[in-house]
Design a protein around this ligand. Structure first.
Ligand SMILES: C[S@@+](CC[C@H](N)C(=O)[O-])C[C@H]1O[C@@H](n2cnc3c(N)ncnc32)[C@H](O)[C@@H]1O
Length: 367
């Protein structure tokens, strides 16, 4: 559904006619449809339906049910829903097909940068929604842990494919001198490391280096410990703590904050702590959401409404989870603001990288 554009004419005071009301209702019901399709995407991912369809050509419900060990009638209704949503081709003989582009987005978690199905979790728990209602009244939001393990899982699966497929092969080589330095052994810290996908990726690629992960989420650090153990890497140390716990001596060759500075209650203090802990010739890699200083300009982003939804439920909520929190939120850390904050904390060099990712911008920041 297209968001309103800033160049739309201003609303008039005249009474709406039935056609206008009908069109507006359709717009609203479109979001309800999105909610329902989202749940069916989650079920398709969780039940292995997309993976069974990928590369299989057209299948009917009985065959897909046989391949997945599921009930035919339920599978048929799911298939029809996915056909109606335009996610599967619905052939005239009632067989359904996941095309290659669809398979990249819905079935290829290991190999596709476009993989998205992992972002479609189950609906939020009622207690969590009650917490949001309270937050609107008190002004104080909730840290990530209030979303429970499902929140960590969703973030891991939403951001993990990018981290595995782009961070090491594509992003790090674009930063001056970083790869060579880590190959010979360096100190790395990932602040706001979440489930630790980046920590593991760097530890595997740079076995001579020591990699530290910090996060204030207990659930995230627990999950990161599992991933580290599964990967069998011995050069990782995890810390259930924020940036204020970083060592005071200037020791880190690479600092990373990936998709998390705008989630922090006190980003300025975090940046100050990074400035103290980074080596004099170290590099700080910031990945943050592509956004603009004037919020209305964000309407050019066709996913802006979803971004504001993420903000209310996760990012801004986390960034306001203490009284007086900065509350930047998903679309709140634009390049100009970040540069001001960095220079204010004593960073001298600041450059922006654009890897043509629709959602993110990258910054290379140095003392
Ligand atoms: C959107 S997740 C990103 C996780 C990870 N960097 C990734 O890219 O998958 C944001 C993370 O920032 C963490 N976070 C929020 N405030 C923090 C703080 N002050 N210090 C450290 N971590 C923080 C949250 O707990 C959450 O795990």
């Amino acid at each position: 559904m297209e968001p309103d554009r800033p160049d739309r004419p201003a609303p008039t005071d005249s009474e709406p006619d039935q056609e206008q009301i009908g069109l507006f209702a359709l717009k609203v019901w479109g979001y309800k449809q999105g909610e329902m399709v989202s749940l069916l995407v989650h079920l398709g991912d969780r039940l292995g339906l997309y993976r069974a369809l990928a590369g299989a050509g057209p299948l009917d419900a009985a065959e897909l049910a046989r391949r997945t060990g599921l009930d035919t009638r339920w599978v048929l209704e799911w298939l029809r829903g996915q056909g109606a949503a335009g996610l599967l081709l619905w052939h005239a003989d009632d067989r359904f097909e996941l095309e290659p582009a669809g398979a990249a987005v819905l079935a290829d978690e290991e190999g596709s940068l476009a993989f998205a199905a992992g972002a479609f979790g189950p609906p939020s728990a009622p207690e969590f929604v009650d917490g949001l209602v309270d937050a609107f009244r008190t002004g104080v939001g909730m840290p990530y842990d209030r979303q429970g393990p499902a929140g960590v899982h969703r973030t891991e699966r939403m951001l993990g494919p990018w981290t595995r497929l782009a961070l090491v092969p594509r992003i790090l080589p674009a930063l001056e001198g970083v790869v060579a330095r880590l190959e010979t052994g360096g100190q790395v810290v990932d602040i706001g490391c979440g489930a630790g996908v980046a920590v593991v990726a760097l530890a595997q690629r740079f076995p001579q280096s020591s990699v530290h992960g910090y996060d204030i989420s207990r659930l995230a650090i627990e999950r990161a410990a599992e991933l580290v153990a599964d990967a069998g890497v011995g050069n990782v140390t995890l810390h259930h703590a924020g940036a204020e716990a970083l060592p005071e001596e200037a020791s880190f060759d690479l600092v990373m904050t990936l998709d998390c500075l705008h989630d922090m209650t006190r980003p300025e203090e975090t940046i100050g702590a990074i400035r103290r802990a980074i080596a004099p010739d170290g590099t700080w890699l910031v990945k943050d959401i592509r956004c603009t200083p004037d919020a209305r300009d964000n309407l050019a982003n066709p996913m802006a409404a979803m971004m504001y939804g993420f903000s209310v439920t996760s990012c801004m909520s986390s960034a306001l989870s203490e009284p007086g929190g900065a509350g930047l939120g998903t679309l709140g850390l634009d390049p100009q603001r970040l540069e001001r904050l960095c220079r204010g904390q004593g960073f001298g060099r600041f450059s922006q990288h654009d890897f043509d990712e629709p959602a993110n911008l990258y910054y290379e920041v140095r003392p």
